[in-house]
Design a binder for this molecule. Sequence first.
Ligand code: NAP
Length: 250
Amino acid sequence: MSSAAAPADRTALVTGASRGIGRAIALELAATGAEVVVNYASSAEAAAEVVAAIEAAGGRAWSHRANVADEAEVEGMVKAVLERSGAIDVLVNNAGITRDGLLMRMKTADWQSVIDLNLTGVFLCTRAVSRSMLKARSGRIINITSVVALMGNPGQANYSAAKAGVIGLTRSNAAEFAGRGVTVNAVAPGFIESDMTAGLDKEPILAAIPLGRMGLPDEVAGAVRFLATDPAASYITGQVLQVDGGMVMR
Ligand code: NAP
């Protein structure tokens, strides 16, 4: 890790970077000079547009399709990035889905797919990059969790359990990797404008947010940029940074 104020000349792998919050994170990290690998699952065109937007702004990026819940695809992606870029300095575990429903009626498949992608996916990507980061004795891992991991949410037992698991994983990995100079932190967004929240009834949500509005993907990306930056965040590990307009104050 250089002592520069921003992650210039580093490679950042951002999962689920074709849309929403991941897209904003990719653009934000690219603006600091980092080469960005835009991971996506099915939106090839959107991922290509993110790469084009980064390049149009003078940055460096390329895309890689991989399902983060698939062990072989994750291993293949990390191998490809290491071969092409030589290192992964920043990993942002952002890919996520919802399959909401009240617990009594929740299908096992909807429980499992959310756990597989939102929790096991973070484990698989972290394990895949850990060898090279630990060897390099530097690295930043930033996991996108959610405030519902802290407060629970009716209809989101699968999602809130997975996101709470991500916080446990963040803290265990932070403790495991600290001796090798690798930090692991989480960002917990509240309600952010994206495809994921597009169909929600906004009225009760806004009433619960002290700042009185939904957040923007750029506002989450700013927190990720901070956690990826030296020396601003180099002494921070195992933390959960809430970006929620004051929704959950602890
Ligand atoms: P989004 O707009 O629905 O975008 C989801 C992203 O994840 C897309 O780029 C999608 O890729 C990717 N993805 C989905 N399945 C994948 C898979 N199997 N492998 C790799 N990538 C996959 O969601 P968002 O709102 O930006 O959310 C991003 C993260 O923030 C998620 O972890 C979410 O849980 C978390 N979060 C969001 C909010 C919110 O209010 N929006 C609040 C708290 C936390 P494709 O385009 O290829 O499908």
